[in-house]
Write a protein that binds this ligand. Structure first.
Ligand code: ADP
Ligand code: MG
Length: 291
């Protein structure tokens, strides 16, 4: 359990956060993305020049107040919407150069989506929900079923494959959605407020699952959240405000050893980069064990 979020230096992106990873592939590379919505006479500038690079294997949280452009950015990154201006390279592909039909294929092939409201087909079984995105791939029916079972195992639902989503808890439904997102072995998983409809404990379990997928399978994950505790579990936090990046910070987790209540002053002198967000976890106590 994260005890507190101690410090968030709200400086702009610094060199540390933006340092290129020469050994890592750039999965998301945007240059000055803009999005303007026309509302009758009025123009809404949802994104006003967003440039970000996200590398293979990163787990990134996007935070910001309501209306700051988080969902707009995710829709563009997920090729569900097009920017009004700017450039987007996804996994080395220049998106604005592609034909509409190819974009649908790229989206299906390279991106897995997880939404706040799960967006599952309620009349289909868990297995069929996960098989669906694989239909467009040249896999045999048996291979599709095998792969669906494999990803459902990964999210801990191997024993629920013949259930309907309505027979599952919210947390389980979100696990199905995550399995579906993983079905085509995407380069990138995008999750927009994936814990927004879940209670705190279930939300934590879903975050643990994302963590596991990121650390063990190296899946690149971008999660939108307005919950600082959720964000603190990412490696990096990008803050949006009024359609612009306000901060781009690395997170540092400090775990105190067993039985240590955690004195924040003890770590204040440690080498923590200026732009880092520090999260502190108390050492497990005897009371925790008997809970
Ligand atoms: P967030 O997800 O951070 O809450 P959004 O990306 O949904 O923010 O919205 C950013 C801004 O764009 C808001 O002012 C919102 O009202 C506006 N907006 C979003 N979608 C549309 C749309 N389809 N038409 C008009 N305005 C929109
Ligand atoms: Mg939103």
């Amino acid at each position: 359990m994260l005890a507190s979020i101690q410090e968030a230096a709200t400086t702009g992106p610094t060199e540390a956060a933006l340092a290129p990873h020469p050994d890592r592939k750039c999965i998301i590379d945007t240059h000055e993305l803009r999005k303007v919505y026309q509302m009758g006479e009025m123009e809404v500038h949802a994104l006003r020049g967003v440039s970000i690079q996200i590398y293979e294997g990163e787990m990134v949280a996007i935070v910001g107040p309501s209306g700051s452009g988080k969902s707009t950015l995710m829709a563009i990154l997920g090729i569900l919407d097009v920017p009004s201006a700017g450039k987007y390279m996804l996994d080395g592909i220049e998106i604005q150069q592609m034909h509409e039909d190819d974009l649908a294929l790229i989206r299906n092939d390279r991106i897995g989506f997880v939404f706040q409201k799960f967006n599952l087909l309620s009349r289909s079984t868990v297995l069929d929900n996960v098989i669906l995105p694989m239909i467009y791939r040249g896999l045999s029916k048996n291979d599709r079923i095998d792969r669906a079972k494999q990803v459902l195992e990964m999210v801990g639902l191997g024993d629920r494959i013949h259930h309907k989503p309505t027979e599952l808890s919210g947390g389980q439904q979100q696990r199905v959605a995550i399995a579906r997102a993983l079905a085509n072995d995407p380069a990138l998983v995008l999750a927009d407020e994936p814990t927004g409809n879940l209670d705190t404990k279930t939300g934590e379990q879903i975050m643990e699952l994302f963590h596991k997928l990121n650390k063990e399978q190296g899946i690149t994950i971008v999660i939108v959240t307005h919950d600082p505790e959720v964000a603190a579990q990412a490696d990096r936090i990008i803050s949006l405000r009024d359609g612009l990046i306000e901060a781009d910070q690395t997170t540092i987790q400090h775990k105190f050893p067993e039985g240590d209540e955690g004195d924040i002053d003890e770590i204040a002198n440690e080498d923590i980069p200026e732009n880092a967000v520090l999260t502190v976890e108390k050492g497990p106590t005897d009371a925790d064990k008997t809970e």
